[in-house]
Design a protein around this ligand. Sequence first.
Ligand code: MG
Length: 166
Amino acid sequence: MNEYRIGQGYDTHRLAEGRKLILGGVEIPYGRGLLGHSDADALLHAVTDALLGALSLGDIGEHFPDTDPAYRGADSKKLLALAYGLVRERGWRLVNLDATVFAEAPKLGPYKKEMRAVLAALLGTEEERISVKAKTGEGVDAVGRGEAISAAATVLLEGKTPRRTV
Ligand code: MG
């Protein structure tokens, strides 16, 4: 019999001049990019936190501290792959991922399919199990004013039922 675990993640990064905009592992042409110690890919960070959260493995900041020079400019695809490695080695795998990116601009519609393909490859699954949605901030708050981009992710994991002690 299988057991299921749900995990959620959320992340926000400030938009700044002189940075590449990378979301879901895809480089998107835009005048500004997300500011952070790594490549600041808010979508991949939200997914990474959701994977860790589903198994109560802490958060992305504990595993990949932004004080560690090893992660300066880090490719967030590698961080996600490391986190999913922890999931796999414990005998769990992804059932599905549902994510939303909140960005006033640029329009993300043309990039959603590529983001899904990147995530499906990183998670060793079919694109059909990966959902990436995009919303604007409707002109409200930091996202709506175009100062930041946020992302939220929910994952469902499946594994063998462990012997319960409580
Ligand atoms: Mg982040």
